[in-house]
Design a protein around this ligand. Structure first.
Ligand code: ITT
Length: 187
């Protein structure tokens, strides 16, 4: 089986390949779909998948993944703006914002949106996953993005092996739901 993953983020692709190892081949497609400004990553992913599918001609299904980190004490910041905040402030500055707070709880969310069918009016399915953890001072050099400042049971995601991260992460959970749907569809 062959799946097209529309993303510019190599870290996401590595994790999807690790997850689908032996199940499906993941091809990275770097079409830069417009990310609408919205409060929900689900809305961003749905629109992105439909647009990317149309632009690619609608021959083969495509999927996108939108994710973000929400820090409880900061009203859910950076949430849908996680990529922008990573690029502008950087994760050290995000850590220092959280360091001032007593409550350091945070959550990663992931939404996968898969588009297929009629390109003029695509069928879009979404699959979600989330993981709760704590914001800590940066540790570890694996993973990507906010992984060094996000700890799960005392270990940062940057200190985990890829398979270990996939077993508990927001993206791993969304990929699991997506893989189950793909397998059902194949039958
Ligand atoms: P695409 O939109 O091209 O897929 P992107 O990196 O812009 O790639 P998003 O818009 O979904 O992706 O933004 C996600 C942000 O959340 C970005 O800053 C990531 O580094 C961060 N992020 C997502 N999943 C993460 C994970 O598993 N570990 C650490 N940071 C993560």
């Amino acid at each position: 089986m062959h799946l097209q993953f529309v993303t510019g983020n190599e870290g996401k692709v590595r994790e999807a390949r690790e997850y689908f190892d032996g199940i499906a081949e993941i091809e990275q497609v770097t079409y830069d779909y417009a990310e609408i400004q919205a409060d929900s990553i689900e809305a961003i992913a749905r629109r992105g998948a439909a647009e990317a599918y149309r632009e690619r001609g609608g021959d083969e299904p495509v999927f996108v993944e939108d994710s973000g980190l929400s820090i409880d004490a900061l009203g859910g910041f950076p949430g849908p703006y996680s990529a922008y905040v990573e690029d502008t402030l950087g994760i050290e500055r995000v850590w220092s914002l959280a360091a001032d707070e007593e409550n350091r709880r945070a959550r990663f969310r992931s939404v996968i949106a898969s588009a297929s069918g009629d390109p003029a009016d695509p069928d879009v399915e979404t699959f979600t996953g989330s993981v709760a953890g704590t914001i800590v001072a940066p540790r570890g050099d694996g993973g990507f993005g906010y992984d060094p400042i996000f700890a799960y049971n005392g270990t940062t995601m940057a200190e985990m092996e890829p398979a270990e991260k996939n077993a508990i992460s927001h993206r791993g959970r969304a990929l699991a739901a997506f893989a189950e749907w793909v397998a059902e569809d194949e039958r």
